[in-house]
Structure formats: structure tokens, C-alpha cells
Design a protein around this ligand. Structure first.
Ligand SMILES: [Zn+2]
Length: 240
């Protein structure tokens, strides 16, 4: 009788240490990879894509110092996904862009996914004090990804959106967690505060939010013109 094949052999893990938490991750499995490919190709709704990414995060992240993976700031999750991709299918990646100086030429950007980092912006604030009250904001996460798409203009930034970014309000001796209140109570509370809070959250928190970034250098394969791109946000890099 043959012995059962061994199981539970540990896979290599790596770490990302950031001010938003430390993450231990491992390469994704082949099943996860096909989920990812399905999510990234074709006409995929944001919801399907978020579900797929969240499934891969749950399978590849072995620990997150701040707790639940689904609450991880989106920009950190993006970095971890790209690092998992590097560990799973290789660090080298290539992006192509049409040359701006000659018609048939294309610029090839070769880069190493390990060079990705999180860029921060001066003036970004994740809390606000009004009188005796301090508002603490929370970053969009996979759980709340669907709201992120509407955040391009202040016009879309209603009370219903702003409440999603308030984690808590505290005074010297009281803490109010927004999750303890229902949506109507939250919206009433934010309405009472007027537009100042909305503008602050939009301009200082959302617009200056950290993001995954990388510098790319390449040259045209026809005319040789050199090109430099500073790419922000992982969405462009996910498709490689
Ligand atoms: Zn060219």
C-alpha cells in the first residue's frame, strides 16, 4: 500500500512592512491565478473583479498586522497583489506604449515588480480636529471598492459617500465608532457638519491618498526616442 503524499509543506513567505501595517504573503496557487485572469480579461464588472481580487488576497496573505484582509487599504492591497504576482510568475514585467514621435514605433518599458512602492503626498491628512472633536478617516478597502469609482469629482461626493470614510469621532473621553450607527443616523450627523468636512475629506484625504507608483524608462524600437513615465495606481500594471 502506498503512503499518502505529504501535505502541509510550508510555502515560501515574504513580508511587506509599511506604516499601514505589515503583511506576510506567499505565492498564489494555480487556481487563484485562473480566477485572477478571468477577472482581468473581458467585460468584467467591478463587483466580479473585486470579488476575485479579494479571493486571491485571502488565499495569498498569511497574516496582516491590522486584522482583516478585506479592511486593508486598497493601495496596500494593490502593492501586495503585485508582489504576489512577482513571487508567483516572475519579477520582470513589460508594458508597451505607442511612440509619440513616430507612427509605427512602440516604446517598451521593462521593469521589476519588486521596485514598486507606495507613494505618499505632502498635505495628505487622515484625521481632522474641529473644536473638541477629532475625526479619524479610513481608507477605501476591497470591501468598499465599489464606492471608489465615483470619487473623481466633488459633485459626486455626497454625505452618503463621505460617511464611508469616517471611522470614528472622538473627544477627550468619548469614542463614537461610525459602524455602530445606521446609515440614516450617519448621514444626518454628517449633514449637520456642513460642506467643510466634505471638502476636507475629498481634498486632503481622498485626492492625496497614497498610491502604488513606479518610474518606467524605455525607448522606441523604431526611432530610439527615450521615454519616461511615472505610473500611479496599480490598475495599469495589473493587466501585464
Ligand atoms: Zn519612435
Amino acid at each position: 500500500m502506498k503512503k499518502p503524499l505529504p501535505s502541509g509543506i510550508p510555502r515560501t513567505t515574504r513580508h511587506v512592512k509599511t506604516q499601514w501595517g505589515n503583511v506576510e504573503y506567499r505565492a498564489w496557487g494555480l487556481g487563484d491565478q485562473s480566477v485572477l485572469l478571468q477577472a482581468l480579461t473581458g467585460d468584467t464588472s467591478n463587483e466580479v473583479r473585486a470579488d476575485a481580487l479579494s479571493q486571491i488576497m485571502r488565499s495569498g496573505v498569511t497574516s496582516y498586522s491590522k486584522g482583516d484582509v478585506s479592511e486593508m487599504p486598497l493601495f496596500l492591497a494593490e502593492l501586495v497583489l503585485l508582489k504576489m504576482r512577482a513571487l508567483s510568475i516572475g519579477e520582470e514585467a513589460v508594458l508597451y506604449k505607442q511612440c509619440q514621435h513616430c507612427e509605427p514605433g512602440k516604446v517598451e518599458f521593462k521593469f521589476n515588480l519588486e521596485e514598486l512602492s507606495i507613494q505618499t503626498f505632502e498635505g495628505h491628512k487622515d484625521s481632522l480636529t474641529i473644536g473638541d472633536y477629532t475625526f479619524k478617516f479610513r481608507y477605501p478597502s476591497f470591501r468598499g471598492t465599489l464606492e471608489v469609482g465615483v470619487l473623481e469629482t466633488l459633485t459626486n461626493f455626497s454625505e452618503r459617500v463621505v460617511v464611508k470614510f469616517i471611522e470614528s469621532v472622538c473627544t477627550e473621553d468619548e469614542v463614537y465608532l461610525m459602524d455602530d450607527y445606521n446609515e440614516d443616523e450617519q448621514v444626518e450627523f454628517v449633514k449637520d457638519l456642513g460642506a467643510d468636512l466634505q471638502v476636507f475629506v475629498f481634498e486632503k484625504f481622498i485626492q492625496l491618498m497614497p498610491c502604488v507608483a513606479i518610474d518606467l524608462h524605455g525607448s522606441c524600437d523604431k526611432c530610439g526616442t527615450e521615454d519616461h513615465q511615472h505610473v500611479k495606481g496599480a490598475s495599469k500594471l495589473f493587466s501585464i
